[in-house]
Design a binder for this molecule. Structure first.
Ligand code: BG6
Length: 322
């Protein structure tokens, strides 16, 4: 038995769809995650029972330069079309490398299932975004199946010039039925509505539910957001650090039909809640580093039994581990 545990492979490097390099993270209790070097993108996150927790479109195109439709694309150095670059920046359609010698983190972690990736500017990127940077991404699967993403972006320029960027972890959550889903933690906040020319509004009502297309950037949100899936009796808890905003997106039927890499009915089974920094860009002077972290976990919830108290979900649980 002891031998079996010793042999356990927490991290495996292999080939994924279309021969693209991927890294599989596994934990002893059965949870797993997959990360493609293309996009530095998490494409799968499964719990101890092998259930997929992230949405990945059946029509996703795993072929550069198209970004992969699902999982957790990284939007950098620009969120959406908020700037002169291509939609959501270039990081999601670049090949990242394994970072063999990442600088240490301030807190020592005992986690074993993790991988460090790095993205550096290519000549091609430098034409559209002429800045020197190192973008380090650590993806960790905790022993309890939690999924942590930590980004460290450093200005490595010697020219004395600062640069600015916006950012998002564009997480696609898998949900059983979007009309049965509720998001807690964003009520009464201000948001920019992408469907209304980014006009600013204040959210009314108790929680966010879905009955049509939604594309909103909630501003200065709390660090915890809960996504309640009544049918699955599952609540996702998203905790974030360094990322003040949160984008909530579902394309609904019409937009779904216009996307080549998304099934017509798939909008019913996904919801993007994106830990982001959009309203106020991050500026780094040479030598400065920014850190942005997202932690995902699930807790059981039961709509019928009346156990569902989102405040308990939002306030409870262990403190955010940095
Ligand atoms: C969201 C944006 O983050 O991403 C939406 O708020 C956008 O406006 C969506 O439609 C998907 O973007 P893309 O480029 O992956 O199709």
């Amino acid at each position: 038995m002891a031998e079996a545990v010793d042999d356990f492979k927490y991290v495996d490097f292999c080939k994924g769809i279309n021969g693209l390099d991927k890294v599989v993270l596994r934990e002893v209790r059965g949870s797993s995650a997959e990360v493609y070097l293309y996009g530095g993108q998490v494409t799968s996150w499964k719990n101890d029972h092998g259930e997929e927790l992230l949405f990945m479109s059946n029509k996703a195109i795993f072929k550069p330069p198209k970004a992969i439709r699902g999982g957790i694309p990284i939007c950098f150095p620009q969120f959406a079309s908020h700037g002169p670059l291509e939609q959501h920046g270039f990081a999601r359609n670049k090949f990242w490398s394994i970072d063999t010698n990442p600088p240490p983190f301030p807190t020592v972690s005992t986690n074993k299932a993790f991988v460090d990736l790095i993205l550096k500017p290519s000549d091609e990127d430098a034409k559209v975004w002429p800045h020197s940077y190192e973008f380090r991404l650590r993806v960790t699967l905790g022993p309890g199946g939690d999924l942590m993403l930590t980004s460290r972006i450093r200005n490595t320029g010697m020219d004395g010039k600062p640069f600015s960027f916006t950012f998002a972890y564009h997480t696609y959550f898998s949900v059983s039925d979007i009309s049965e889903v509720r998001v807690e933690g964003l009520e009464t906040l201000d948001y920019l509505d992408n469907l209304k020319g980014r006009e600013r509004f204040t959210e009314q009502g108790d929680s966010i539910t879905f009955e049509s297309e939604m594309d909103k950037i909630y501003l200065s949100t709390p660090t915890k957001i809960a996504i309640l899936d009544h049918e699955k009796k599952r609540t996702f808890v998203l905790r974030k650090d360094g990322l003040p905003d949160a984008v909530v997106w579902n394309p609904w039927d019409k937009k779904a039909k216009s996307m080549v890499d998304f099934g017509d009915d798939e909008y019913k089974h996904m919801l993007c809640v994106e830990a982001a920094c959009v309203e106020k860009a991050i500026t780094l002077k040479p030598g400065e580093e920014w850190r942005g972290r997202q932690e995902l976990s699930t807790v059981p919830s039961s709509y019928c039994s009346g156990q569902l108290d989102p405040r308990r979900v939002l306030e409870g649980g262990p403190e955010f581990d940095s």
